[in-house]
Design a protein around this ligand. Structure first.
Ligand SMILES: Cc1cc2nc3c(=O)[nH]c(=O)nc-3n(C[C@H](O)[C@H](O)[C@H](O)COP(=O)(O)OP(=O)(O)OC[C@H]3O[C@@H](n4cnc5c(N)ncnc54)[C@H](O)[C@@H]3O)c2cc1C
Length: 385
């Protein structure tokens, strides 16, 4: 890592530390109004903070034991897209409650027939006077059951090209015509849903950006990533790391099994490679360089690494691992069992491993595009042709 965080006398650090001393248990609203929830956003929602300033604020929040409001889709994706293309009215209406965690958001993008090939979406939005009438079905909509609003992409011009007839909307999740049906994961949790839109009427003011420009905005949404020195948990940055599994193995007295020991060493090496890639990404941001191909490469490696961590944790539990409450080497199950059941989702959500490899192949290695992607033919049709 070729940068150091500023010392105690740095004015940005002193400002954050002083504010936190005055607000020892800040509410989400207070943190949002201080600009500490998304410091890299422009004022009045953030502090226009550069990467070093962001990391200083993270450091001070951690030191004070203060957590930011939880609203991953709102803060991570909807907010940056509204900042990029929203009207002043939209920014003033939505951004502060979103940052404060007072209004949760969800993402109405994927459909039963449009996941990796998102631009194949079939949900229609038809203009009717001052309103848009939306009909279609979305799926895998995380947090829809808690959300006040969703970011929605729908086809507004079926005669236009695949990528040019799509528009981007804010959809109130309590609008008449919306039905939310839960999907229960194999972890037993209810995180995502099917969402049916049956003649949902959205005011024209809920269009974000221009009609037909929704595909470009969807790409803005999907590209957003904050600079973060997070601990690099194996479940999309959350949860335990390979190091935590090694600690659990040590605490349980270690293992003499040569095969398991070999896998533990490999896991440690993977974890270190990922830690160095993450530091390189942060380092590039701190120096003002554009993110490189590291993001796709890191996602491919990190998602599979997460599966290796939890797969090995399960194997270390031996036959006891068939039970939900037995962890590595007979120790506590803790998060290991849940993580094992969740881990298959890592290589699917947010762009599958295969799709990330396509991106790396085309943009990093300079390989030719997928056959006939532009012609709109499927792989099977291409093979038949
Ligand atoms: C935990 C989780 C949370 C999610 N939350 C949301 C959410 O809140 N909102 C939302 O809109 N979506 C959400 N999703 C959906 C997610 O974005 C999609 O699952 C993902 O885009 C893949 O689409 P799909 O499931 O339709 O699979 P498909 O696209 O049908 O893919 C099926 C298989 O074919 C492969 N494949 C597809 N195209 C290609 C290709 N061109 N080359 C090689 N292989 C290919 C894939 O890699 C995969 O193995 C979530 C998913 C998960 C797992």
């Amino acid at each position: 890592m070729d940068f150091d965080l500023p010392d105690d006398d740095d004015p940005r650090r002193q400002h954050a530390r002083g504010w936190l001393a005055d607000h020892p248990s800040p509410s989400g609203r207070e943190l949002a109004e201080a600009g500490f929830v998304a410091p890299h956003w422009p004022r009045p929602w953030g502090l226009g903070a550069d990467p070093v300033h962001q990391l200083v604020i993270d450091d001070e929040l951690r030191r004070a034991g203060v957590s930011r409001p939880v609203n991953p889709i709102g803060i991570g994706w909807a907010g940056p897209t509204l900042l990029h293309a929203g009207t002043d009215e939209q920014k003033h209406r939505y951004l502060m409650p979103l940052l404060a965690g007072e209004e949760m958001w969800c993402q109405l993008f994927s459909e039963p027939g449009a996941g990796s090939d998102l631009a194949a979406l079939g949900t229609r939005a038809v203009r009717d006077g001052d309103e848009w009438v939306v009909t279609g079905q979305k799926i895998w909509t995380s947090l829809a059951q808690f959300a006040r609003f969703g970011i929605l992409i729908a086809r507004t011009d079926p005669d236009a090209g695949k990528h040019t007839g799509i528009s981007y909307f804010v959809c109130p999740m309590d609008a008449p015509g919306i039905t939310i049906r839960p999907i229960i994961e194999m972890t037993g949790a209810h995180t995502f849903n099917e969402v049916f839109l049956d003649g949902v009427r959205l005011p024209a003011a809920n269009l974000v950006g221009d009609v037909g420009k929704g595909w470009g905005l969807a790409k803005v949404t999907l590209a957003n990533e904050r600079v973060s020195l997070s601990s690099g948990g194996a479940l999309w940055g959350q949860g335990p790391t390979a190091g935590d599994l090694l600690d659990a193995v040590r605490d349980a007295g270690g293992t003499a099994d040569a095969g398991l020991r070999d896998r533990l060493v490999r896991l440690h090496i993977e974890g270190e490679v990922l830690r160095l890639i993450r530091l390189r990404t942060v380092s590039a941001a701190v120096q003002g360089r554009e993110p490189g191909p590291e993001a796709s490469i890191r996602k491919v490696l990190a998602d599979e690494h997460g599966q290796h961590v939890f797969g090995l944790a399960k194997d270390l539990a031996g036959a006891g691992g068939m039970l939900s409450d037995v962890g590595p080497l007979g120790g506590p199950a803790g998060v290991w069992h849940h993580g094992f059941l969740f881990a298959p989702a890592l290589t699917v959500g947010g762009g599958t491993g295969e799709v990330q490899r396509n991106i790396i192949g085309e943009r990093v290695l300079g390989l030719p595009h997928e056959p006939d992607a532009e012609a709109g033919r499927t792989w099977a049709e291409t093979r038949r042709a």
